[in-house]
Design a binder for this molecule. Sequence first.
Ligand code: B12
Length: 484
Amino acid sequence: MRILLVNSNRMKPAIAPIGLDYLADSLEAAGHELRLLDLCFAADVPAAVTAGMAALDPQLIGVTLRNTDDCYFSGQAFFLPEIRVLIEALRRHSDAPIVLGGVGFSVAPVAALEYCGADLGIAGDGELAFVALAQAIERGTALAQVPNLIYRVQGAGGGIRRNAPVRFELDQLPERRRSFVDNARYFREGGQAGFETKRGCPMACVYCADPVSKGAALRLRAPARVADELRRLLGQGIDHFHTCDSEFNLPRDHIVEVCRAMIGAGLGERLRWYAYCAPTPFDDEVADLCRRAGCAGIDFGADSGCDDILQRLGRHFTTADVARTAASCRRHGIPFMLDLLLGGPGETPATLRETLDFVRRLEPDCVGLSLGVRIYEGTPLAATVRAAGDPATNPALHAARGENPSFLRPVFYIAPDLGADLIGHVRSLVAGDPRFFLPDDPQDNVNYNYNDNTSLVQAIVSGARGAFWDILRRRRSSACSPSR
Ligand code: B12
């Protein structure tokens, strides 16, 4: 089949649509002819759509939807209206079925399909499902057999049906060539490339949609295959990376084995990588291996410096664990960021102060502050909010709290005890400490929202590479240094 894959993510700095790179390997192995319509860099989207459709005349169109919104309380950018317009434009050129997929889509797939007006959707893993869908369309067989598929039922009753997911071992998939997307350009303009060592997350954090979109079961890739993929990207001139796992150190054995494979392949000296990690499990052996495997920094999802809040958030660690992990990073020279999620259930002015005081004592290289907790369909927090009555009148909910049954439009939880000016309050607690990244910081445009972040874009154009937080941190420390 002739299949057009469309990247709809235009956020800058640009992040490569790794999901499409992976899908392409499976679709090409199944014999399909593919073309990429990458709208990230398109100056004129309607013109790019016209050209892309004319070049292939597709029989099937897949659109990746990575972000439904920027998940950022002070930003509240919502991207689905643009996706709806894009789908209308694609439809004006072709009768080919339009399929939506991607991690943003997978969080609330039925609502997203209805909102965007696509014909079909695939929730979760795309590789086997998209191949099965193409085959069903080609042969005219029943859509009911296609795993992970969301589709409209014709005839009596109508409605939207969702097929059961099929989880598979990732090493069943073809080698990841990383050759469909222009990764070299994304590296020049986005400063990094992603790579995946596993899928799924078994943790029970009340707010997190990863178990919804990726499944709760961990599915690991063979470490040698991960090293091979990194080598291929190195061959394209890319030497800074970010993991695309939910948490790289879950399970501990896997981070250890992946690091050993990187060291064994001689990658530790040739590349630099960053990761999202949970505060535990982490210890001196893990830190040492990370460092030798090329780790340039870790972003730990610490969330809070208050044990009661950590418990309410369903986290599996304590503040003592965070302190131990911070000390390990220091001992092994690993720069680290602590990511905080402020304003969740039980948060008060006193717990905010406790958290910021705690974090300061750990001397992190920087601290990312997210204010307000984005509520996602299918999470324990969504269930708690629903159990509390009509979301439209719930004083803890902000932004799209009315007529938003699947929480598709951005809606945030902010503990009612915090009063109206959470940002102002946190800003005063931060008291100008340059290690803390505030939302939309007016001081020096160090803004911890990666959505259209012009200072980051400029830094990358000037040659900065690495995780966005590390680029911001280095930029800020050079701005603060007396020599400048
Ligand atoms: C790593 C990561 C980052 C890294 C990216 C590093 C890199 N170089 O790639 C960084 C730190 C830069 C980042 C930034 C942001 N991120 Co982020 N990120 C992730 C994370 C952990 C992994 C995403 C990923 O690449 N997965 C691996 C790929 C292979 O999986 P995939 O894209 O889902 O693709 C598979 C399927 O979805 C499907 N598929 C994909 N496309 C298509 C298309 C079709 C047609 C089909 C059929 C199937 C299909 O098949 C693929 C293979 O199975 C996810 C959470 C998670 N666990 O997934 C959050 C996540 C995607 N990020 C999120 C957000 C909000 C952001 C930011 C907007 C935050 C901000 N305000 O600054 C920015 C946006 C950056 C940008 N330009 O897009 C949200 C999006 C939620 C939503 N509802 O919109 C997520 C889900 C986290 C969360 N809050 O829950 N992120």
